[in-house]
Design a protein around this ligand. Structure first.
Ligand code: UT7
Length: 332
């Protein structure tokens, strides 16, 4: 089996900024409540013309430029998302066409906010076993399009964005050291978009009942998140034959600062070793980890040889963690 690493990263965030003060004008909430309960100050919102493939395309082009890889050389594209442009064709196919990645197989993957780590795990298998040499993995979500703007318990939490990585073979001892994935479908009802699928196809009634938007039991998801971030982190470290003391940098799913702080405590990490951007972007679901990864890389926080831990939880319920020995040097 070959070692697989990240050889390029890129991200894209829509221009429009929605602050907590903007939300105060829409629902019965306050900047103070949102900041203290979640840590979020503002988030980005895609324009009416922007869908998941548009955000993905820009992030993918940046990742390709970073890796110095041509679109024609991509063998596989996986887009992790719960907000595809449409049910079918897959958003990955739309991206494949617009990139001109003619040789690439392409499909979408749905694992809620854990989608990017799931996609990383899947794509890396194809490269490790020699089937493919170059994969493009994108995490994208445009959650503002499926928010019920009358529901203050969800509309303040989410934002839009896309992040992308290029995966290729790397030297032994570098790149992805271990992945750990899990799911507990019994908790699926705690975070869902109830209608629009084959269970409750779209009707006037489902639209009127606002069943095409995010429905969430916040406290249940919170309890799960606090437990699983620690457990999934420890599980993947064990698989990589590492301990908590070996973590040089942590990139957790950016959902709520209180959830991140609980993970930091469980892992006994110094705050400087943890990346947080949820104050600026809110929860971008599948895009959360790759956007954070791109920003941390560009800010020089990911040193070559560092053990970088990624950990996420999300709808499903799902969780995923990965340990990377960072191998991408800083570029211009
Ligand atoms: O990627 C996975 C996605 N989901 C998550 O990560 C969500 C995880 N859960 C959470 O982050 C937290 O549960 C929330 C931030 C969603 C909610 O925080 P909480 O501390 O669990 O609050 P709560 O739901 O227990 O609500 C406390 C109070 C309630 O009022 P009462 O019943 O005490 O009078 C809510 O109605 O806060 C009220 N509330 C709000 N007040 C002002 C809920 N949302 C808001 C709001 N502004 N936006």
């Amino acid at each position: 089996m070959r070692q697989v690493g990240i050889t390029g990263v890129g991200s894209y965030l829509p221009e429009e900024v929605i602050t907590n003060f903007d939300l105060e004008k829409i629902v019965d909430t306050s900047d103070e409540w949102i900041r203290t309960r979640t840590g979020i100050r503002e988030r980005r919102r895609a324009s009416s013309e922007e869908a998941a493939s548009d955000l993905s395309l820009v992030a993918a082009e940046k990742a390709l430029a970073c890796a110095e890889v041509a679109a024609e050389d991509i063998d596989l594209i996986i887009v992790a998302t719960v907000t595809p442009d449409m049910f079918f064709p897959a958003t990955a196919c739309l991206v494949q066409d617009r990139l001109g990645a003619k040789r690439a197989a392409a499909f979408d993957l749905s694992a809620g906010c854990s989608g990017f780590i799931y996609a990383l795990a899947v794509a890396s298998q194809f490269i490790a076993n020699g089937t493919y040499n170059t994969a493009l993995v994108i995490g994208v979500d445009v959650l503002t399009k499926i928010i019920n703007w009358e529901d203050r318990s969800t509309c303040v939490l989410f934002g839009d964005g896309a992040g992308a990585v290029i995966l290729q073979p790397v030297e032994p001892g570098q790149g992805l050291l271990a992945v750990h994935l899990g799911a507990d479908g019994s908790g699926g009802r705690f975070l869902e978009m109830p209608a629009g699928g084959s269970r409750q196809p779209a009707t006037l009634d489902t639209v009127k009942a606002k069943l095409h938007s995010i429905h969430m039991n916040g406290p249940e998801v919170f309890k799960f998140a606090v437990r699983i971030l620690g457990e999934a982190s420890l599980a993947v470290l064990e698989k990589a034959n590492l301990t908590k003391a070996d973590i040089d940098f942590l990139i957790p799913h950016q959902a709520n600062i209180r959830i991140v702080e609980a993970a930091i405590k469980r892992l006994g990490l110094e705050a400087e070793k943890v990346f947080v951007n949820l104050d600026r972007y809110g929860n971008m679901s599948s895009a959360s980890i790759p956007v954070a990864l791109d920003e941390a890389y560009r800010e020089g926080k990911l040193k070559v040889g560092a053990n970088v831990l990624l950990v996420s939880f999300g709808a499903g319920l799902t969780w995923g963690s990965a340990v990377l020995r960072w191998s991408l040097p800083p570029k211009g």
